[in-house]
Design a protein around this ligand. Structure first.
Ligand code: HEM
Length: 403
């Protein structure tokens, strides 16, 4: 199922805490090696806002039709469910088919469903003085939402979450074969689970993403059953862990990076969307890779066709050329939505409005319910981190709550 040419990037943190604070290293790279060549992997790295944006925008110089990536490359690249590894103009058609499920109207229809799922999760916290926000909200919300929107039974969410975690677990050197085997198995099981669901829905279209994908037609072209299954798996991969991290990181920023924020948001809920944008800019780890499509010196040094290039999105998000006092978490910051966390250009995240909505509803519902929230005195960051696609993310985050 997956190709095997994985890029190892240049980041090398000696602890999970250092990885969590990777922004120090990104600053160092921005200041000292804004365009950095790694001879071991034959990979270029860019760290400045404008350069990162250029790599993401300019598909004529930086193509997604690549031989290597840190995302495992699927073997069947011609499959139309695959947006990641294609360029315009062919990418546009693939994207348009999937976008049929992500219209502003669908989003409006989804809002009450997301609210109902969130209410249920927040109701389950009732009576507890200490809540682990990661396990009780950030992890379950995106997986239940996507299961519901795809139209698969939400009782299967635990197994769906398990498949999704295995499929998108980072590759590590040393255990590559083992991880690849597990991923292949998860992919096969997931495929076999979804396939009959798609066949069934073909006969009885309903109000969900799988049905939208069955209906979708562009220039007389429609997706096959297999492509719909693969698109659904792709949506889980794109939207689960990312949205989990966003919600967890919001709580971390509001209570640890700038502890006055929770109270401010409690007093004025209208600030929540702006605060989420600032979290996306300030504390969300992201990077993307491309292949150099033709020899170029747009960033100074000569880069050769066929070499890989990594755009360090989170470094760009803290570039002082773009954001004043970038190392400061400031929910009132003007223009913070110009962060690159959802990408830029033709591949801009299709699920960004959904991710923003989930985060907004999750935070608003929780903040309305609890007037005071604090961190236990015994809290030690290192006990709550886990290795992840973003090097380190929160596996738990205990909060002491008062109504
Ligand atoms: C693409 C980030 C949530 C679906 C992308 C890209 C980024 C990104 C950076 C661009 C990739 C590239 O340039 O190669 C995020 C973040 C999220 C999030 C930070 C949450 C905080 C979601 C959700 C969904 C989703 C919830 C859907 C359920 C997609 C899809 C693409 C994409 C389908 C491919 C678009 C294309 O290649 O044309 N996302 N994403 N994402 N995202 Fe998201």
């Amino acid at each position: 199922q997956f190709g095997n040419v994985i890029i190892n990037d240049i980041a090398n943190f000696d602890s999970l805490e250092a990885a969590w604070d990777c922004f120090n290293w990104l600053k160092h790279m921005r200041e000292n090696h804004p365009v950095y060549y790694d001879p071991n992997e034959d990979v270029w790295n860019v760290f400045l806002y404008e350069d990162v944006k250029r790599v993401l925008h300019d598909h004529t110089l930086f193509t997604n039709k690549k031989k290597r990536s840190f995302i495992p490359i699927p073997r069947n690249l011609n499959n139309r469910s695959n947006l990641n590894f294609s360029d315009p103009p062919e990418h546009q058609k693939r994207r348009a088919l999937l976008a049929k499920a992500f219209t502003p109207r669908s989003l409006k229809d989804w809002e009450p469903r997301v609210q109902a799922i969130t209410d249920e999760l927040v109701d389950e916290m009732e009576g507890r003085r200490e809540i682990d926000i990661v396990q009780s909200l950030s992890i379950p919300l995106p997986v239940i939402v996507i299961a519901d929107l795809l139209g698969v039974p939400s009782k299967d969410r635990n197994i769906i979450k398990k498949w999704s975690d295995t499929l998108f677990y980072p590759y590590e050197q040393g255990s590559m074969d083992e991880i690849r085997r597990k991923k292949q198995q998860a992919h096969q099981e997931f495929f076999q689970y979804l396939y009959p669901i798609v066949l069934e829905k073909r006969h009885q279209l309903t109000d969900d993403i799988i049905s939208d994908l069955i209906r979708a037609e562009i220039d007389g072209e429609r997706l096959t059953d297999e492509e719909i299954v693969l698109s659904s798996i792709g949506l889980l991969g794109a939207g689960n862990e990312t949205t989990t991290q966003l919600i967890s990181n919001c709580f971390y920023c509001f209570l640890i990076d700038k502890p006055s924020t929770y109270k401010e948001l409690r007093e004025n809920h209208d600030l929540i969307p702006k605060a989420i944008e600032e979290v996306l800019r300030y504390r969300f780890f992201a990077k993307m890779d491309r292949e150099i499509a033709q020899d170029t010196n747009v960033f100074g040094p000569k880069m050769k066709k066929g070499q890989a290039i990594v755009a360090w999105i989170s470094a760009g998000n803290r570039d002082e050329r773009q954001f004043a006092s970038p190392e400061e978490f400031d929910i009132y910051r003007k223009g913070n939505q110009s962060h690159l966390t959802f990408g830029a250009g033709p591949h801009f995240c299709l699920g960004a409005p959904l991710a923003r909505m989930e985060a907004r509803i999750a935070l608003k519902t929780f903040i309305k319910r609890y007037s005071k929230v604090s961190i236990p005195k015994t809290f030690r960051l290192q006990d709550h981190l886990i290795k992840s696609v973003s090097y380190a993310s929160l596996k738990s985050f205990p909060l002491i709550v008062e109504k």
